[in-house]
Design a protein around this ligand. Structure first.
Ligand code: ARG
Length: 270
């Protein structure tokens, strides 16, 4: 069955964790002044980049800025669809300068960048599927930003309410497997949003709280290979049953900041 899953090559934007640290707390995972092993973080991050390249994906890199310890979480900088860049506007003042740093990269690479008026944390809360954009709210990105996204792209935006602070970004509770399906942790969502997901994706892969706490839903899929946290074992087993090929990559150092594989990965869709 796994032979039938066809990968599609992606273009990713990432940021080396040279200045990665936990210096402030803006989600329940973060304990200020938790020691971070930067050498280990760099090695784990490098393993992710190598895994992407080994599977045929293109990886571009933005220069990290000293004093922006969360800049490694490239997913929060934008949503890019058909070469159009919807930039970011961060909730936490500590992260706000990241928007300009990424904007500079996009402009140098030849993209125009739209700067949202409302709080919007890029692919952290905006997850595009084939026909619409799933959009999280509750902790960071606002419903006003969802409306801006819909107006900018002309793509329907489906708002979903997150209710558990451990899963403060949509990409910590849900990821896209391929054109037709997703995986998610239902309890991260309000009852109404859960029902929306059930109607839209009746065959979705449902993850346990354990999988979600292991950052298993902060995964990146190319349609066949799923780059996934190794401790999300039950989820990985389910993915195999569904014909996907898990590629375990351990980003445990980044979990201290509340991030994982997807958080470190911005997709540039042309
Ligand atoms: N410490 C960062 C924050 O709380 C982690 C961001 C993780 N990124 C993500 N796409 N979920 O903002």
């Amino acid at each position: 069955m796994s032979e039938s899953r066809v990968p599609r090559p992606r273009r990713f934007l990432v940021c080396e964790p040279r200045h990665f640290a936990v210096q402030y707390a803006i989600n329940p995972w973060m304990r200020p002044d938790t020691p971070v092993d930067v050498e280990l973080a760099l090695a784990q991050w490098q393993a992710l980049i190598s895994a992407y390249r080994a599977h045929g994906h293109t990886v571009d890199s933005v220069e990290p800025v000293a004093g922006l310890p969360d800049m490694v979480f490239a997913a929060n900088c934008a949503l890019v669809l058909e070469g159009r860049v919807f930039g970011s506007s961060f909730h936490a003042p500590e992260r706000r300068p990241e928007s300009t740093a990424y904007e500079t990269w996009f402009k140098t690479a030849g993209f125009d960048v739209y700067r949202p008026e409302s709080v919007c944390e890029g692919e952290g809360d905006l997850v595009p599927t084939r026909r619409f954009v799933l959009a999280g709210t509750g902790f960071r990105t606002t419903p006003e930003a969802h409306r801006e996204v819909q107006e900018f792209f002309g793509v329907p935006v489906i708002g979903l309410r997150l209710v558990d602070p451990h899963f403060y970004h949509l990409d910590t509770a849900l990821f896209v497997l391929d054109d037709d399906n997703i995986a998610y942790y239902p309890e991260a969502f309000s009852p109404g949003s859960r029902e929306v997901l059930r109607r839209l994706f009746p065959d979705a892969v449902l993850a346990t709280r354990e999988d979600a706490l292991a950052f298993g839903l902060n995964s990146v899929s190319d349609g066949r290979h799923v780059f996934i946290a190794p401790r999300a074992e039950a989820l990985a087993d389910q993915l195999v049953t569904h014909g996907y090929v898990p590629v375990p990559v351990d980003l445990s150092e980044f979990h201290k900041a509340g991030g994982g594989i997807k958080c470190c990965t911005q997709e540039i869709r042309s």
